[in-house]
Design a protein around this ligand. Structure first.
Ligand SMILES: Nc1ncnc2c1ncn2[C@@H]1O[C@H](COP(=O)(O)OP(=O)(O)OP(=O)(O)O)[C@@H](O)[C@H]1O
Ligand SMILES: [Mg+2]
Length: 478
């Protein structure tokens, strides 16, 4: 990196040196080279100057009348200052200077030193500080520029979410993100991480609903060799792997009560025990959790620990379902259209007005993820320049065939799954039935209703239930 020499070399320097003639000589040499210099003869006074003002460099004598230089260095280390410290030392005390460097000093000058040695050493310190500042500034700028750029939305509720992210990220507070499936919980967790002091560390997401309790426990906390059959060697858990980074626990409502207890201990005492271990280990990882369930009612039913809920619920961010931020739907649709066109080297200009209107009025039970998937499938499938209503409707339907990735775990889950599948399939066929009739009659509702043997009012009511716009027009068959 290259700096403007004029700007770079003009540092703010503090000299703490009890030998007045040396202090004055250093001051005048440095001032000749454009630095702003202050000096003092006493250690205590020097420390308070360091605290009050923003110095780039501290030139510190190791042997002072009132205080030992080492002591100053230690006290300075506990203070909030950003000066680079250069130790001035007699030849016989060089080992002390090396010791001082271990305590955080930047460099040392052995007395007697020449003007050039002094100038060079101070210059290196000022340059180093500028470099570090510049890097931090660029990194901040990058974070500001990119951390939100992938979260599309201008709805007031989303703008509020952005504000919450900015407010909570610099704190080390435990964050809970609530929202239906596909509303962007992980995206928000990543943005919090990107704005936090942990930004350059790892971000690890774990879905608590996909593993059995015993596997999850070993995944989170690790295990020691011999902890259970098959544990042939120690395994690190993600609390260890995350280091100083962020751990994102998705679908937290699915944790067993036992693991909830262990998680509470991590959040409260920052310690955990790997499976089979006798000693606790510590962790510095930050925790963000997410849920699509109402944890309060789960706590009331005894399925979620109340103490954990209070610990998680320090700062909660609510992500509204897509149907409650309809104004963002066109923005999101275009964002995904451009994204997938770029990926697949396709050129699709946009959506017809009625297609956009239908998207805005669709309930999107799978939220932004569903919208993203629908747009992706459309980009894969079509070659025309505009996405029209009919194409959109076709692709909205296929979601149902693709959506059952999760296998039920209990009989009651299986039964409710059966109900949902039957209803959704029936709904799907019902909607296709309406669309087919409409297509065959050029979108004329009265004719379509009559052809299938229904009252016009009933046919219209069903269209409304399926969010089929009354402006639907298409003559081709399904
Ligand atoms: N506001 C948004 N802007 C752009 N993309 C978004 C937005 N919200 C969500 N997405 C995209 O939608 C998909 C789902 O988001 P994400 O995985 O964050 O949701 P989630 O709430 O964690 O879902 P689940 O509850 O199923 O885990 C992702 O591909 C994400 O990039
Ligand atoms: Mg998620």
């Amino acid at each position: 990196m290259c700096f403007d020499a004029e700007v770079t070399l003009k540092g703010r320097v503090l000299i703490i040196e009890d030998e007045k003639s040396l202090a004055l000589a250093c001051r005048s040499i440095l001032e000749e080279h454009g630095h702003h210099v202050q000096h003092c003869l006493k250690g205590r006074e020097g420390l308070s100057l360091l605290q009050q003002d923003d110095f780039d460099v501290l030139l510190l004598d190791l042997r002072l009348g009132d205080m030992d230089g080492m002591q100053i260095l230690e006290e300075a280390g506990r203070m909030n200052h950003s000066a680079y410290i250069i130790i001035m030392t007699a030849y016989s005390t060089v080992p002390n200077a090396l010791e001082a460097m271990k305590l955080g000093a930047f460099d040392y000058l052995t007395k007697p030193f020449t003007d050039d040695q002094l100038i060079l050493c101070v210059r290196r310190a000022v340059e180093k500080k500028r470099l570090v500042q510049e890097n931090a500034r660029l990194k901040r700028e990058l974070v500001d520029r990119y951390a939100f750029s992938n979260i599309v939305g201008e709805n007031p509720k989303i703008l509020e979410v952005f504000q919450h992210i900015q407010r909570v990220a610099p704190t080390d507070c435990t964050v809970l993100i609530c929202g239906e499936h596909g509303t962007g919980k992980e995206l928000v967790a990543r943005a919090i991480h990107a704005h936090s002091r942990r930004a350059s560390e790892k971000f690890i997401a774990i879905d608590c609903s996909t593993l059995s309790p015993s596997l999850l426990e070993s995944e989170l906390f690790g295990h020691v060799k011999g902890a259970f059959t098959g544990a042939t060697q120690d395994k690190a858990g993600i609390f260890q792997i995350a280091g100083n980074g962020t751990l994102f626990l998705d679908d937290i409502a699915n944790l067993s009560l036992e693991i909830q207890g262990k998680l509470l201990r991590v959040l409260e005492a920052k310690e955990y025990k790997p499976v089979g271990a006798s000693e606790f280990r510590t962790t510095e990882a930050g925790v963000i959790s997410a849920t699509n369930k109402d944890l309060r009612s789960l706590a009331a039913q005894g399925a979620f620990r109340e103490d954990l809920l209070y610990r998680l619920d320090v700062f909660t961010i609510f992500l509204p379902p897509l149907r409650e931020r309809k104004d963002d739907i066109p923005r999101l649709a275009y964002h995904f259209l451009q994204l997938f066109c770029r990926k697949m080297s396709k050129h699709i200009e946009g959506f017809t007005e009625d297609a956009l209107e239908a998207m805005v009025n669709h309930p999107w039970p799978g939220n932004v993820r569903q919208l993203k998937n629908v747009v992706e499938r459309i980009v894969i499938m079509i070659d025309q320049a505009l996405v029209d209503l009919s194409t959109l409707m076709d692709h909205l339907e296929t979601r149902r065939r693709w959506s059952y990735a999760r296998i039920p775990r209990t009989l009651s889950e299986l039964k409710s799954f059966k109900k949902v599948v039957l209803r959704e399939h029936y709904d799907g066929v019902e909607k296709l039935f309406l669309l087919q009739a409409l297509r065959e009659h050029g979108g004329n509702i009265s004719k379509a209703a009559q052809a299938v043997g229904m009252q016009r009012s009933n046919f219209s009511a069903l269209m409304k239930r399926h969010h089929i716009p009354t402006s639907f027009k298409r003559s081709s068959s399904v």
